[in-house]
Design a protein around this ligand. Structure first.
Ligand code: FRU
Length: 480
């Protein structure tokens, strides 16, 4: 049996062994993609091809920690119903034996081609990194091509996560990297045929004057044009917390600018965090057949203590965010849940006008909309576990929850200079995504409230009315 076959068999055996336990978890997600068993992290190879959306993902089937990653695979025709597909990549070869790390997909000459990082630890534990590719005729079965790019001079082996796109008649790749003197950067390559890649230098790096200093390593870059600008999303590590900013262990954000492809020069503005919640990292985007720029992120984050995750005892941890459509408005990325998600709605429970306060019993898997002219002194308490509070004097909207380990309150905030007018919440069994003012800000977080709790409490300090709508959502959208 080949190494690839044996790894596949072991992974399928792990699913067989633990899927019963996973299903019993009251925190098991209903409409958020999660690993069948084990650990899921970054979205990979996100693409719509021949009408079908493919979302591959970083996967450790054997336990709820990191290690030699596989590429798992979900597919969907409509961004609502998803099916688990056979394993796409296993860490079976000398150049990826310690992990088929993150990467992206393109279509070229009738095939789906994925680029990923082969992660290798040599016998002394030193890291090696190879940018590899694999091809598929059907999006399900892949043939590996081996190494396409070796580590260029001037960088450490923290060099990974290739994202490829086409511009005019050439292909371009960004890779997340660390310079030899330990600064985070994004490196650009160019190719005429997706096989021979030419190194074009840094696209941006953490000591540019726009940043001051933005960390020692940048992971998971993504580059695309949107509404007439060119956006670079990346996830820097090593950025110090600064007031309400950069409060997670590692960050994710973007810059907006203009790339001169000929000179490989990217002029851009400041770094802006993409999400204000506790768990959001390493997102990836794609442009679908309708021309929408769609983003999916890891609804998790690097954490040095995976065991503190309440689902650990049920043999799975982490999820993906719902798919979101990106737009650029007034120099800012706006994220909206894709409109297809309204297909998840089963029953509308509330559509009410209230003044000052209200308490609702909502289903544990629901969507809630709250709207008002100006929601001053707004307070929302979800399942007696999480609170979202708006203070119009400081203009701060703050989300609070008990931490996983000891129950100490922790908080994340964003500034809303235009006030709070609208909230849209997507609530699953153990997560919530809160879209503020039509996607101007988003809080993405896990939520481990008492599974029996159903209370949603709302308050404002002024007497403008709020409109509240709530729907229960389908619990059977993901097929494993
Ligand atoms: C980000 C990341 C990537 C890497 C992958 C490994 O979460 O560290 O840089 O490719 O995870 O699973």
């Amino acid at each position: 049996m080949s190494n690839d076959q044996s790894l596949r068999e072991q992974a399928y055996q792990a699913i067989e062994k633990y899927e019963g336990v996973v299903r019993q978890d009251p925190y098991r997600q209903c409409f958020h993609l999660s690993p069948p068993v084990g650990l899921l992290n970054d979205p990979n190879g996100w693409i719509q091809w021949k009408g079908i959306y493919h979302l591959y993902f970083q996967w450790m089937p054997f336990h709820t920690g990191h290690g030699a990653k596989f590429w798992g695979h979900y597919s969907s025709r409509d961004l609502v119903n998803w099916t688990l597909e056979p394993i796409a990549l296993t860490p079976s070869e000398w150049y990826d034996k310690n992990g088929c790390y993150s990467g992206s997909a393109i279509t070229d000459q009738g095939k789906l081609k994925v680029f990923y990082t082969g992660n290798v630890k040599d016998e002394n534990g030193n890291r090696e990194t190879y940018q590899c590719s694999a091809e598929s005729d059907n999006g399900v079965d892949f043939v590996k091509n081996g190494v396409e790019i070796y580590l260029p001079k001037g960088y450490t082996a923290h060099f990974r996560d290739p994202k490829v796109w086409k511009h005019e008649d050439h292909w371009y790749m960004v890779v997340g990297a660390q310079s030899a003197d330990h600064y985070g950067c994004v490196v650009l390559f160019e190719s005429a045929d997706t096989k021979e890649w030419v190194f074009r230098g840094n696209l941006s790096h953490s000591t540019r004057e726009e940043f001051g200093y933005l960390g020692y390593m940048w992971e998971c870059p993504d580059f695309f044009s949107l509404d007439g600008e060119e956006v670079l999303i990346f996830s820097p590590q090593g950025v110090e917390a600064d007031g309400i900013d950069y409060n997670n262990l590692y960050q994710t954000g973007y810059v907006i600018g203009e790339l001169d492809y000929r000179q490989a020069e990217y002029k851009h503005g400041r770094f802006v965090e993409l999400d204000r919640g506790f768990e959001f990292y390493a997102p990836q985007t794609t442009c679908d057949d309708r021309g929408r720029r769609l983003l999916v992120g890891w609804l998790g984050g690097p954490d040095h203590n995976e065991k503190s995750q309440p689902t650990h005892d049920y043999h799975w941890i982490h999820s993906m965010t719902i798919p979101r459509e990106l737009r650029l408005e007034k120099g800012k990325l706006i994220q909206k849940p894709v409109e297809e998600l309204s297909e998840l709605r089963v029953k509308q429970w509330y559509d009410e006008q209230i003044v000052k306060s209200g308490v609702y019993e909502i289903e544990r898997v629901s969507e809630v909309h709250i709207e008002g002219e100006s929601l001053e002194g707004f307070e929302l308490t979800l399942f007696s576990y999480m609170q979202l509070i708006y203070d119009q004097d400081t203009e701060l909207l703050t989300l609070k929850r008990p931490d996983f380990a000891g129950g100490n309150l922790e908080s994340r905030s964003c500034r809303l200079p235009q006030g709070l007018k609208q909230l849209q919440l997507f609530i699953d069994r153990s997560s919530v995504e809160i879209f503020i003012n039509g996607g101007e800000e988003v809080f993405t977080s896990r939520m481990f409230a008492d599974p029996e709790e159903q209370r949603l409490e709302l308050k404002t300090s002024n007497s403008t009315s709020m409109n509240v709508q709530a729907w229960s959502l389908r619990e059977d959208a993901i097929h494993i």
